[in-house]
Each structure stands twice: as structure tokens, then as C-alpha cells.
Design a protein around this ligand. Structure first.
Ligand SMILES: CC(C)(COP(=O)(O)OP(=O)(O)OC[C@H]1O[C@@H](n2cnc3c(N)ncnc32)[C@H](O)[C@@H]1OP(=O)(O)O)[C@@H](O)C(=O)NCCC(=O)NCCS
Length: 164
């Protein structure tokens, strides 16, 4: 993700999330936050989704992941998420965590598909609605899980090619 992407990112963010993220926050993440790693998914020269994480020591915390609503359900969110999980091995990180709204079942299903489990909850975490956050993680990030990710990647690429 680059500063030039922020207009499109803002549009997707507004459409995908109940309460959008301030553009200044993305700007801060890209310009000032050394822990932040943000990526965009580009299709036919258009940004259709994005994801970000913070690398804190040897832990990755997924901060955001969103696909334009018109492009959801095609495997693109999975592609973004899988990419983060594979990057965990490059750094390397030993833990990946994230928060998700209790009501956000599509996102939870995505994380469960990658063997994430709920390990805690943060009461009233989301200021806009007061909704609880579920804290999810996957362990361990070992060779076996890496093999699982590669198998998922192969299946996803086949799906994306078939549906292209
Ligand atoms: C969560 C999100 C990124 C998923 O992206 P997507 O491109 O629509 O999802 P994919 O097509 O890649 O689906 C991958 C998996 O997610 C799950 N999933 C996605 N949409 C789902 C839905 N509507 N219902 C149930 N499961 C769903 C499934 O497990 C799916 O695997 P499958 O195709 O084998 O069934 C997207 O819904 C989004 O942008 N939501 C708004 C922002 C948001 O809530 N982000 C998460 C914050 S924690």
C-alpha cells in the first residue's frame, strides 16, 4: 500500500466497515509506524482489497482486512489473509492474533478456515456500537501449519484461475 492508494482504500473501507477508519490513521500507518505492514490487492489495475498487520517483536497482529463489497465472495479476502500468514514465516513470527466483531460471521468463518480459534474476548471493544471483540489466534506456526498453508494456496490459486 502506498500513499497514492489512500483514496481508493478510503472508499473500500467506508463500504466494507460499519465505521470507517480515518484517512489520517492509514497515513500514519504508512508514514510513521515502523511496525505496520500494509498491502493492497490489485486486479486490472484497480485496488479491490487491502490488509494490514503490525509486527510486534515476533508477533503479528492483523489490524485490518477488507475487500470491496462488489468483489467479496471470490476468494480475494482469503488471498489477502493467506498472504499475511505466509509472511509470518518470512519474518519469522511465532504468533498471529486478531480481533473480530462478535457479529462478523463471514470474517470469523475465514479465520476458522485457517484454524484460528477464539482465545478471549474484549468486552465493549468497538467504540461505535459497544460490541464485543473476539480475540482469535492460531498455534503453533510450525512446519505442519506451513504445509497446510501451501496446500490452501494451491487450492485457492486453482479456484481463482477457474473463476477468472
Ligand atoms: C471478511 C472479508 C475480508 C472476506 O473477504 P471475501 O473476499 O468476501 O472472502 P472470500 O471469498 O475470500 O472467502 C474466504 C472464506 O471466508 C469465509 N466467508 C467469506 N464470506 C462469507 C460469508 N458471507 N458467509 C460465510 N463465510 C464466509 C468462508 O470460509 C470462505 O471460504 P469458502 O469460500 O471456502 O467458503 C470480507 O467479507 C470483508 O471485506 N468484510 C468487511 C470488512 C471486515 O469485516 N473485515 C474483517 C475485520 S475482522
Amino acid at each position: 500500500m502506498q500513499l497514492a492508494d489512500l483514496k481508493t482504500i478510503g472508499t473500500i473501507d467506508r463500504l466494507a466497515y460499519p465505521t470507517p477508519t480515518r484517512e489520517s490513521l492509514f497515513r500514519h500507518e504508512l508514514s510513521d509506524n515502523k511496525m505496520a505492514h500494509y498491502q493492497v490487492l490489485v486486479e486490472q489495475q484497480t485496488v479491490v482489497g487491502f490488509a494490514g498487520f503490525w509486527l510486534i517483536g515476533d508477533e503479528i497482529h492483523v489490524s485490518t482486512i477488507a475487500v470491496h463489497p462488489e468483489q467479496q465472495g471470490r476468494g480475494l479476502g482469503e488471498l489477502l489473509f493467506l498472504n499475511i500468514l505466509l509472511q509470518a514465516y518470512d519474518h519469522p513470527a511465532c504468533l498471529v492474533t486478531l480481533e473480530v466483531r462478535r457479529s462478523n460471521l463471514p470474517a470469523q468463518k475465514l479465520y476458522e478456515k485457517y484454524q484460528f480459534v477464539v482465545v478471549g474476548e474484549r468486552r465493549g471493544y468497538y467504540r461505535d456500537t459497544g460490541e464485543d471483540a473476539l480475540l482469535m489466534t492460531v498455534t503453533p506456526l510450525d512446519g505442519r501449519y506451513h504445509q497446510f498453508l501451501i496446500a490452501q494456496q494451491t487450492a485457492l490459486y486453482e479456484r481463482l484461475q477457474t473463476e477468472a
